[in-house]
Design a protein around this ligand. Sequence first.
Ligand code: ADP
Ligand code: MG
Length: 303
Amino acid sequence: MLQVKKLTFSYNDTPVLKDLSFQVKPGEHLSIIGESGSGKSTLLKVLYGEYDSLKGTIFWKEEEILGPKHNLVIGYSFMKYVAQEFDLMPFISVEENIGKFLSNFYPEEKQKRIAELIKVVELENVAKTKVKLLSGGQKQRVALARALAKQPEIILLDEPFSHIDNFKKQSLRRSVFKYLKEKNIACIVATHDKEDVLGYADKMIVLNNHEIAVNNTPENLYKSPKTPLIASFFGEFNVINNEIIYAHQLQIVERSDLKVIVKKCYFKGSYYLIEAILNEKTLLFESKNLLSIGAEMYLEISE
Ligand code: ADP
Ligand code: MG
């Protein structure tokens, strides 16, 4: 498994990562979340062995991950990394890019492998197209397939679906994460999108102030978010009597102590998000139906 112990890293003098310790088992899915600039990309690069100036240790099984001082070429065969900025070969096709690092020794095997990966990232219709003609989202999928080509034991993904449109995102996410589980490939996914986490991640780490704020299952963190930062990752919430209450936990009732005035309704598909006023402060709750502005409502907290 991946064993990270007391990892500390800074670019110059300002620390970016401070004293991080965590583990990832084979086949496990770990999400790294945190605000922009919190160090998610830096952490993945450090884990991949891109830097020397770190304190602490990183091991995959028996092998220590070391920086460029110790390796002629950055990276290890058991670990692959897909950066936020991916560099592909623009003048060759999608298929050729994906097969770039596969041996030509068994051409049939190679073709089969490429076809399998093209299916995983749903690029069948552009398999023979030159990469320079693709959209940003399509390129991101080629980079993903190329990283998977040699079947790593662990893959580091930096915002893997950030360039992909919403039409494709959901099914692609299912396809890729299902593939990783099937092949028992561990993954560490840096993201700020809760859709990348919920339903897929075994564990999630929240980075804040250069440190690991929490490391737990998404279920546990969702059920009892310790801080507004964690709650905000999962959705709209209120702080009522120092307690974090998600918008969907508030229900309209006949009468209660929580009397609010409706200010604005936002259509959210299967419900409306209602912005209301409670004692001059904004309160958010959800409603199945559209409410009229200025209406008085009584709310109750449900579990
Ligand atoms: P995230 O991926 O969570 O948005 P990053 O890891 O990219 O965060 O950045 C963390 C911090 O490190 C930021 O303050 C950023 O400005 C800084 N940083 C990132 N890359 C470099 C670099 N190559 N040199 C110096 N500072 C950097
Ligand atoms: Mg980043």
